[in-house]
Design a protein around this ligand. Structure first.
Ligand SMILES: [Zn+2]
Ligand SMILES: [Zn+2]
Length: 257
């Protein structure tokens, strides 16, 4: 059985816990770690977990809302850290005793009952990766931090039973915001973040009869509103706006995949 829970989502920090459970053993992977160590530990504790129980921390890219305390947590508790070589370089490849594992687009990482299949995305980071995760029977797609959705990304996530999908901003709110012009260009650009319409289009392309759970994530606190996200995604899903769940900065509840 596969399930996941956002522990933090948005520009102030991102972390998602994935659990695979085969009846006897449980595998836990933390995807991104973009909070302080006390906050991460408190949120893991809410899930009945301690840091030592993590089987791996997977960092999608070097932006601080994703890296947070990952290196300290990995070092302190001996948790293996996974990321791309580019992300490690962007972090300055610090000399340390961390259990570091490098992975690239197209490879498979097997951790207990969980298989992670990272793929690259268009984002303004050195070598960003997003994830397809499966326990062999169901699959989860994690897709945030990308400026547009190329066909190969849709191909990687085809057939997923659950999705955590970026719906970062509303284009009009971003255009009218107090952000400086360079930041508006960055966020709204082809290597920035998905707006609500782009998220809805991606969702439409990924719809199939076994996709049962879609959660919107990485919502901008300044340039989006949950009701705008729900309006856009509900159109693609053909459901009521209130039936579209979204992650708050404090995360979400558990979702079964
Ligand atoms: Zn981010
Ligand atoms: Zn980013």
């Amino acid at each position: 059985m596969l399930r996941f829970r956002s522990l933090a989502s948005g520009s102030s920090g991102n972390a998602t816990l994935i659990e695979a459970h085969d009846g006897t053993t449980r595998t836990h992977v933390l995807v991104d770690c973009g909070l302080g160590i006390r906050q991460i530990e408190a949120r893991l504790q809410n899930c009945g977990l301690s840091s030592e129980q993590l089987d791996a921390i997977f960092i999608t890219h070097e932006h601080c809302d994703h890296v947070g305390c990952a290196l300290a947590l990995s070092q302190r508790f001996g948790v293996p850290l996974w990321m791309s070589a580019g992300t490690w370089r962007a972090l300055g490849a610090p000399a340390s005793t961390i259990d570091l594992n490098l992975v690239r687009d197209g490879e498979t990482v097997a951790l207990g009952d969980l298989q992670l299949r990272p793929f690259t995305v268009p984002h303004d980071a050195l070598e960003p990766l997003q994830l397809h995760c499966t326990d062999g029977s169901t699959s989860l797609g994690l897709l945030t931090d990308l400026g547009h959705v190329p066909p190969y990304v849709l191909e990687k996530l085809k057939g997923c039973h659950a999705l955590l999908l970026e719906s970062n901003h509303d284009s009009d709110l971003l255009a009218g915001s107090s952000y400086p012009p360079f930041l508006k260009r960055r966020v709204g650009g082809t290597h920035g973040h998905l707006n609500n319409e782009q998220a809805a289009q991606a969702l439409q392309a990924l719809l199939h009869e076994h996709l049962h759970t879609v959660i919107a994530g990485h919502l901008s606190e300044r340039n989006n509103r949950p009701e705008l996200v729900q309006a856009a995604l509900s159109k693609a899903l053909g459901c009521l706006p209130d039936d579209v769940p979204y992650c708050t900065p404090a995360g979400s509840t558990w979702y079964k995949v």
